[in-house]
Each structure stands twice: as structure tokens, then as C-alpha cells.
Design a protein around this ligand. Structure first.
Ligand code: SAM
Ligand code: SF4
Ligand code: FES
Length: 362
């Protein structure tokens, strides 16, 4: 494809209310080095204009690795009997939240598997206590729950919720999520947005059976959803899962997806994910920051639990001391000529009450 033609398509995708899927697919298929660089530069320009040079930090506490689900890609799936399971106590969670706050990180992300026994009131009281004791935003990422649980936690003070769609292709979704339903995931995303959460979604790149067309569909899904946060991660195979022998997601395709997500979403918060940092020996998160990402997620999960939150093998920042990440990230970001933004980093979207019903037409 000629360079001038790439620029024309980029402009079209950027300005369209809903881009033509064929345009998005054509950009994802770019191979020529100069053309791919044009995509990356365009995304970096959109990032600079719509979210600026600051990189936000979100301190994550992986408070439980217990999960009832069987997502085909994930090492925490219930069927992985080799994994030692844990759940942090209330006191451990509060002490870790304090560590995050003392490190000058203003968002606490509480993430876990989908636990049958996770009591909504127990978590609600923890959220209340974190919000009353520390000047932080709270993000939850604990999977699919009833609307009343989401409402309970919102009332307790939770600000945000992350629930990735993983793939917007219902057939592929069904294949990878036995016993789960695409409809219910959409229902959750709609409930969360209606309840006033800053809502995050995202996908995995390189799943078995995922086509470039399907990835283009994910970009359109993000556009339609107008999400506050969007996370794009490469799939990394875990030996105790049905996808053990599948190849990992391609770094270049993950970067193209990150770039296109920035171009269509403009001011969403987009992390340079830990999975991008873990895909190879070298930490590739700086490259994601260079093609549209503006968030990093330092890991504060205390030892000895941290090593047991093994979504995929060779996860970055597992052997390091808890609390080591923010300094390391300061250096990473400074090397790019950017700076760490120590604010709570709320959504830059005009607060919309609901995710457009258009999601259902996917
Ligand atoms: N259980 C909650 C959920 O599924 O939303 C939150 C925890 S789950 C471990 C968080 C994310 O891990 C998922 O959204 C998924 O994208 C990611 N993940 C799981 N297995 C992965 C793998 N093998 N490679 C990369 N990311 C993976
Ligand atoms: Fe459980 Fe989430 Fe992993 Fe699925 S992705 S198995 S819900 S922890
Ligand atoms: Fe975690 Fe470098 S970012 S130790």
C-alpha cells in the first residue's frame, strides 16, 4: 500500500463516527515498515493531543487467585489443580493499599479470579475503608457479578471497573469460555456503566481461532462502547491450560491493536500491559507507550502470594520487591521524554450514563 494511501485511511478511521471495518483491517494487515511506522506515529500524535505526556500509575493488588471459571487461556482457571490458591485477608489488603498510597500511587486496583465465595459485603467494607483512609481511586476487576453487587460496591466508593470482553466475536468467545455467555458479559458492562463506574474493557491478541477480521471487530467494539479504559494484551500460553501448545500473540500485532485503539478512542486510558512487558525477555512496555498507551500498572501484591497469581508464565515484576515498580517505571517513562502523572487519573470521557446499546449489534 502506498504511503499516501495509508495516511488517507488513517484520517478516515480517526474521523469516522464508526470506521469502516475494511479500513481497520487494512491497517492491521500493514507489513511495510514505513507504513507501520506511519500508523504508530499517528497514534502517538493522537495520544499526545488527547491525553498528553503524563503516564498514570495504577497499583494492583491481586487479592485472590481462586476462580470458578474455565477460560481456556488463563492459568487461574478452576481446572488448574497444580496452582496453590490464596486469598488475602482484609488486613493484608488494607496494608497493601496503604503501601500503594505511601508510594504516591493514587489508584488501587483490586483484582481477583471469579470466586463463588467472594462476599459482596466483605469486599464492600474493604472498599469503604480504603476510600476513608487513603486519598486514592479504587478500581475493581473481579469479573462477572449481579447488578446488585456492582451497585453495593459503587455505593461503597469504588470508582472504576475493568471487565475485558477478551474477544468481541461471539463464536470465538463461546469457544474460549465454556459455561459463560457473551450476552452476560455485555450485560455486566452495561450495568457497570449505568451505575456510574468508569468502565474498562479490552481484549487478548493472538487467541486460537482469532482472525485479523475479528481483531478489527474488537477495535469497532471499543469505538462503539466509548469505554473509559481499554486494555490490549498479547495472549501468552500457560502450560496448565487447553491452549498450552498455542503460539503467543504477536508483539507487532499487539502494538498495531494498541495504536488503533488509541486512534478510535482518542482519550481513553490505555495501559502498556504487564503481558506486553512479559512477552519477551526484553520489556516491551516502552514500545506500547510509544504507540498510544498512557498507563502503567505497578504490582504491589505481597510475597509470597504474588508468584501464585500466575495467569501466564514468566510474568514480569514477580521476583522484584513489592513496591519496586514505581521507581523502575519513573526511569522507563523519563527515558521516553515523558513524566509520571501522580494524580488519580480519572476518566477523560464526558461522563456518559450508559454504554451505547450499539454494543449488542456486534
Ligand atoms: N477474573 C477477572 C476477569 O477475568 O475479568 C479478573 C482477573 S483476570 C486474570 C484478568 C485478565 O487476565 C483477563 O481479563 C485476561 O485478559 C488476562 N489473561 C488471562 N489469561 C491470560 C493469558 N494467558 N495471557 C494474557 N492475558 C491473560
Ligand atoms: Fe478466572 Fe478471570 Fe482467569 Fe477467566 S480470566 S479463568 S474469570 S481469573
Ligand atoms: Fe516492576 Fe520494573 S516495572 S520492577
Amino acid at each position: 500500500m502506498r504511503f499516501s494511501h495509508v495516511q488517507t485511511i488513517l484520517e478516515r478511521v480517526f474521523t469516522a463516527d464508526l470506521p469502516d471495518p475494511a479500513d481497520v483491517e487494512a491497517l492491521l494487515r500493514l507489513e511495510d515498515e514505513q507504513a507501520v511506522q506511519a500508523l504508530f506515529d499517528f497514534a502517538d500524535g493522537v495520544r499526545r493531543e488527547y491525553v498528553g505526556d503524563g503516564v498514570l500509575l495504577r497499583g494492583i493488588i491481586e487479592f485472590s487467585n481462586v476462580c470458578r471459571n474455565e477460560c481456556a487461556y488463563c492459568g487461574l482457571r478452576g481446572g488448574n489443580t497444580r496452582l496453590g490458591r490464596y486469598r488475602l485477608s482484609r488486613e493484608e489488603i488494607l496494608a497493601t493499599a496503604e503501601n500503594i498510597w505511601r508510594a504516591g500511587v493514587k489508584t488501587v486496583v483490586l483484582q481477583s479470579g471469579e470466586e463463588d465465595n467472594l462476599d459482596a459485603c466483605w469486599l464492600g467494607r474493604i472498599i469503604e475503608e480504603i476510600k476513608s483512609r487513603f486519598d486514592v481511586a479504587v478500581t475493581l476487576s473481579v469479573g462477572e457479578r449481579d447488578r446488585k453487587d456492582y451497585a453495593r460496591w459503587k455505593q461503597a466508593g469504588a470508582d472504576r471497573y475493568l471487565l475485558k470482553i477478551e474477544t468481541s466475536d461471539p463464536v470465538l468467545y463461546a469457544d474460549l469460555h465454556p459455561g459463560m455467555s457473551f450476552e452476560n458479559r455485555i450485560r455486566c458492562l452495561e450495568d457497570l456503566a449505568e451505575l456510574g463506574y468508569q468502565t474498562g474493557s479490552g481484549n487478548l491478541v493472538g487467541l486460537r481461532g482469532q482472525s485479523v477480521k475479528s481483531l478489527a471487530g474488537d477495535v469497532l467494539f471499543f469505538k462503539k462502547g466509548d469505554f473509559d479504559m481499554i486494555s490490549v494484551s498479547p495472549f501468552i500460553p500457560h502450560p496448565q491450560t487447553p491452549l498450552a501448545d498455542e503460539p503467543a500473540g504477536d508483539l507487532q500485532m499487539t502494538l498495531k491493536m494498541t495504536a488503533l485503539t488509541r486512534i478510535v478512542s482518542r482519550n481513553a486510558h490505555i495501559p502498556a500491559t504487564t503481558a506486553i512487558g512479559s512477552l519477551r525477555g526484553r520489556d516491551e512496555r516502552p514500545r506500547a507507550l510509544g504507540v498510544g498507551a498512557n498507563v502503567l500498572m505497578p504490582n504491589f501484591t505481597p510475597a509470597p502470594y504474588r508468584q501464585h497469581y500466575e495467569i501466564y508464565p514468566n510474568k514480569r515484576c514477580v521476583a522484584e520487591q513489592p513496591g519496586a515498580c514505581p521507581n523502575c517505571m519513573e526511569q522507563m517513562v523519563a527515558a521516553l521524554g515523558r513524566f509520571v502523572d501522580r494524580s488519580q487519573g480519572h476518566s477523560l470521557k464526558a461522563q456518559s450514563a450508559a454504554i451505547p446499546a450499539a454494543l449488542r449489534s456486534n
